[in-house]
Design a protein around this ligand. Structure first.
Ligand code: SAH
Length: 421
């Protein structure tokens, strides 16, 4: 618990050190670039984390707050949008973890950053189809989503029109309703507001959207890379290495770090610590899926617009910003109270979950040639190592400890071959 508080405090201080935080609302009509340049003029260069936070989640003109960016007409496409099989297999994963925990009578499905709601929708269809297996468990759905625009899209997808927005903006639960499959569903801005209790937590392409700090090793020690105004072109931004150490550069780098360029996501660390505490105390599991690495990569901060790479500093707010998830950092932050497994590649995870059999079943029941082609194409996109099969990785935190030694590792669905009992 002590480390949670320490990192939470540091993360809060880092948010405050260079800005008034995302609660600051720029004037309507003001551009994101104008907002950022006036901030930099007032307080000096801002951290990459501050830049990312403002660009993505500023409450008035943040990229996520304003856009529905997913799908073929958007800026990027994700696995749940590509194939229904993805969500169905994750639904089976949730059920298998719930069964492994002894079928607790209350079961919360919690998803971070649900995008268009497609993943939750496919999972809830599985829950509905396997209602018998769930017995009388009281299942509820909890979504952590910062974007009012996307929460509306999610509500439409998951409840039809069976949801209501809270009367006051400050309510921790800002929207509530009933899913089309009859389950209670609620929306929150923060994990802290989600009720405690046995929960399966899912985060698909969520951690990569959280703000990172960037650092560079220099002759004088670690220095932070920040965003400044380009002196030659005042309407442009550029990255600079600040000459003096910052709080982040003194606190966030491991003593034995070998890389010379490092990205750290303290907000991700805080969420993982909170999850680890919840899982250890209340039971449950978390499944994190994203593109990532195990503490080896260096410069992964990038932008996406219209499915193409986009300069991270050009027309801020018009493109998605992202950085690969450092799973070694998440594992370190999770600590010893939970068992961590992975990362394993998306291909291995989905194969262990039975994607080949599921594809065959769907193909057997489908005569329409174009739907068949779509199913096969989706399968290839998700599992082909040259497409999403290797780049995307799965990591889990569980509330039981793995045997330290011995021949039989604990079977965890997806991380070894699936056996439902
Ligand atoms: N999981 C979905 C969408 C991924 S896009 C999919 O795979 O298709 C990232 C999602 O995280 C969006 O829904 C975005 O609005 C949400 N998000 C980004 N930053 C967030 C934050 N700090 N808190 C809560 N939600 C956030």
């Amino acid at each position: 618990m002590r480390t949670v508080r320490a990192l939470q405090r540091l993360s809060r201080v880092l948010r405050q050190s260079f800005s008034s935080g995302s609660a600051e609302k720029p004037m309507p009509g003001n551009s994101m670039l104008g907002h950022l340049t006036s901030k930099i003029k007032a307080t000096g260069p801002i951290s990459v984390a501050e830049y990312m936070r403002e660009v993505l989640t500023n409450p008035v003109m943040g990229y996520y707050v304003q856009n529905d960016m997913l799908g073929p007409d958007g800026d990027f496409i994700t696995s749940p949008e590509i194939s229904q099989i993805f969500g169905e297999l994750l639904g089976i994963w949730c059920l298998s973890e719930w069964m492994g925990a002894g079928k607790p009578s209350r079961f919360q499905l919690v998803e971070f950053g649900p995008g268009r709601g497609s993943l939750a929708n496919d999972i809830l269809r599985v829950f509905s189809q396997l209602r018998g297996a769930l017995g009388g468990a009281a299942v509820s759905v909890h979504l952590v989503e910062v974007s009012p625009k996307l929460s509306q899209v999610q509500a439409q997808c998951l409840t039809g029109d069976q949801s209501q927005v809270s009367a006051s903006e400050d309510e921790p639960v800002y929207r509530q309703g009933t899913t089309t499959t009859g389950l209670p569903i609620s929306w929150y801005r923060n994990l802290d507001d989600v009720p405690r209790g046995f929960s399966i937590y899912l985060a698909h392409e969520f951690f990569d959207a959280l703000p990172i700090h960037k650092f560079q090793g220099t002759e004088k020690g670690w220095r932070e890379v920040m965003v400044d105004i380009d002196p030659d072109e005042p309407g442009k931004l550029r990255l600079v290495i600040v000459p003096a150490p910052t709080l982040a550069s003194t606190q966030l780098i491991q003593a034995d770090e070998k890389r010379r360029h490092v990205e750290v996501c303290p907000e991700g660390g805080v969420i993982v610590q909170l999850l680890a505490n919840r899982i250890a105390e209340d039971g449950g599991a978390a499944l994190i899926a994203d593109y990532g690495h195990d503490g080896t990569k260096t410069d992964t901060f990038r932008g996406f617009k219209g499915h193409k790479l986009h300069d991270v500093l050009a027309s801020p707010g018009s493109a998605d910003l992202t950085a690969d998830v450092d799973y070694s950092y998440l594992r370190r932050m999770a600590g010893a109270t939970v068992a961590c497994m992975g990362p394993v590649s998306q291909k291995d995870f989905l194969k262990n979950m039975g994607i080949d059999t599921r594809l065959q079943v769907l193909l057997r029941n489908c005569a329409d040639p174009s739907t068949r082609a779509q199913l096969i194409q989706g399968y290839d996109m998700l599992t082909n190592p040259l497409k999403m099969g290797e780049r995307f990785q799965f990591f889990t935190m569980l509330n039981h400890s793995l045997p330290k030694k011995g021949p039989a590792p604990l079977p965890v669905a997806g991380f070894s071959e699936l056996g439902l009992s």
